[in-house]
Design a protein around this ligand. Structure first.
Ligand code: ATP
Ligand code: MG
Length: 271
């Protein structure tokens, strides 16, 4: 892969069906261009990485994908449908889930209650009567989704503990379980492993691989931890000062002098 040449899923013989696609995205904050002409293909069944030094425009891109930010130009598509003008709840109903860069768990609730909220939030914006008067089948579906997410993240033994009593590593797993309980087909994760130690990060990475391999979901992973990115991503895009500077497989990214140069002087210079 050469610099700034961007792939579409159709160009990749082993890529899955279309998940999240970003075309020629530009985002300005007032007069400042935070992201410029960025395109990305995140197929289902893959972990797609988005990396870059601090302030590169990763969270800005992420927010345009979830619908929190309206792009100045460009297009965002989900499963082949243009969602550029849809608000976050409408994108969630189509199957898009997200976490936040800052962790947002409810400390006074238990782990299970926090995870359950992920499922309930996924129903937000649906028929309000459906939310008030849930059927026995709805309740069974919620319980099954919560149990599956808790099992996948290996947090069953802490289900009854209050989230406020957990370590950062445990909280990150609860946060991931909450996103997974929403039963989304595509997940946006913004620095989901920050604060984890090496062993916790390895566990976290293997859960992400299970999600794409067993569920066939797609994941867009914004992450500073290069070991995690290199180990779990199928394909990686690199932004620097809002500009796409490289995209390729983990091996190609690791070898790229352009990527190395962008990271020089930052904490992740050893890409
Ligand atoms: N709400 C905002 N208003 C104005 N400028 C902003 C706003 N949010 C971000 N920016 C600017 O846009 C650029 C991209 O920021 P962004 O948060 O997307 O970077 P990032 O790649 O996520 O960085 P980090 O690795 O630190 O999370 C930066 O120059 C930042 O200062
Ligand atoms: Mg960010």
């Amino acid at each position: 892969m050469t610099d700034t040449q961007t792939l579409n899923p159709s160009d990749l013989t082993d890529a899955g069906p279309a998940g999240l696609t970003v075309e020629d995205l530009t985002i300005r904050y007032g007069g400042n261009v935070a992201v410029s002409g960025f395109s990305l293909a995140g197929p289902l069944g893959w972990v797609t990485g988005l990396i870059g030094p601090n302030g590169a425009g990763k969270t800005t891109t992420f927010n345009a994908c979830s619908g929190l930010l309206r792009p100045s130009a460009g297009r965002v598509s989900l499963f082949g449908a243009d969602v550029t003008n849809l608000a976050p709840p409408a994108r969630a109903r189509l199957g898009l889930g997200r976490t936040f860069q800052r962790m947002e768990l409810f400390d006074s609730l238990t782990v299970a209650q926090n995870v359950r909220l992920g499922r309930e939030a996924a129903l937000a914006g649906c028929n309000p009567l459906r939310q008030l008067i849930s059927t026995a089948a709805d309740r069974r579906a919620i319980a099954a989704a919560v149990a599956e997410a808790i099992e996948l993240c290996g947090i069953g033994d802490m289900a009854g503990l209050r989230a406020g009593s957990l370590s950062t590593g445990q909280r990150r797993l609860v946060e991931l379980a909450r996103a997974l309980a929403g039963d989304f087909r595509f997940l946006l994760l913004d620095e989901p492993s920050s604060g984890l130690d090496k062993a916790e990060t390895a566990v976290f990475g293997s859960i992400l691989r299970r999600v794409v391999e067993e569920r066939g979901s797609g994941i867009l992973l914004v992450e500073h931890d290069m070991d995690l990115v290199m180990r779990v991503c199928d394909y990686i895009y690199v932004l620097d000062f809002g500009q796409p500077i490289f995209d390729g497989t983990p091996v190609e990214v690791r070898r790229s002098p352009v990527v190395r140069a962008a990271y020089l002087g930052s904490e992740a210079a050893d890409v």
